[in-house]
Design a protein around this ligand. Structure first.
Ligand SMILES: [Mg+2]
Length: 219
């Protein structure tokens, strides 16, 4: 089995110039999974019945979180987008309709709800269902959400890189352990495209689930 040293030695290196050790390049990001509550739509100001009936006409401030409407079109040009959400009763049809009411449903290739699936975040099954829908392995997909325990720890356990959207005071802002520590943190949704670019230059995902070699055939 060839070693790194042998691989380096086989390169044509000018005399007197030391060979540069190969760097570990993280896999490129091709997909982004997003949480819904307090990541795209603000929680607490609506019920499903009122949301589906009134949509953007709901009284009070819009549930659509600032920056989401203008940022999702930008993201969808560069990444496959998926939604993974814990719901009490709402299934894919209701979630899809709600997103459409706010003009953002078209940007998602896949929508997975815990109500349909029977498993809630942070269980790996719900992330795996969304990844299968995107057709991407965890190593090439980033999870974005406001909840460190459900979104960050759940996705990180599968080997995904994570971005904590630290926006709402409804959930803890600080990780309770290493498993909840995100790759990056943003405080404004419009920061997401730049954060994803920055994340690609960072070292690859550390904890990987057994069998995830970071290749396309991981699924
Ligand atoms: Mg949430």
């Amino acid at each position: 089995m060839p070693s790194l040293e042998k691989g380096e030695a086989s390169r044509s290196t000018p005399a007197g110039e030391a060979a540069v050790p190969a760097r570990t390049v993280p896999p490129p990001v091709e997909g982004v999974l997003l949480d819904m509550g307090d990541t795209l739509l603000e929680e607490g100001s609506w019920t499903w019945a009122s949301l589906l009936e009134e949509g953007p006409s709901l009284p009070g401030p819009s549930p659509l979180i600032p920056g989401v409407g203008e940022t999702l079109p930008l993201l969808s040009r560069d990444y496959r987008l998926g939604l993974v959400t814990n719901t009490q009763e709402a299934g894919r049809a209701e979630v899809s309709r709600a997103l459409d009411l706010f003009g953002i449903g078209r940007y998602f290739s896949v929508i997975v709800t815990s109500s349909d699936l029977g498993w809630r975040k942070p269980h790996p099954f719900i992330f795996e269902a969304a990844l299968a829908g995107l057709g991407l392995p965890p190593s090439r997909t980033v999870m974005v959400g406001n909840d460190l325990a459900n979104d960050v720890a759940g996705a990180k356990a599968l080997g995904m890189r994570t971005i904590h959207f630290r926006w709402s005071p409804r959930y803890p802002a600080l990780p309770q352990g290493e498993e909840e520590r995100p790759t990056l943190i943003i405080g404004d949704f419009v920061e997401l495209p730049k954060a994803l670019q920055r994340l690609q230059a960072l070292p690859g995902p550390a904890p990987r689930a057994p069998g995830d070699a970071g290749e396309e055939d991981d699924l």
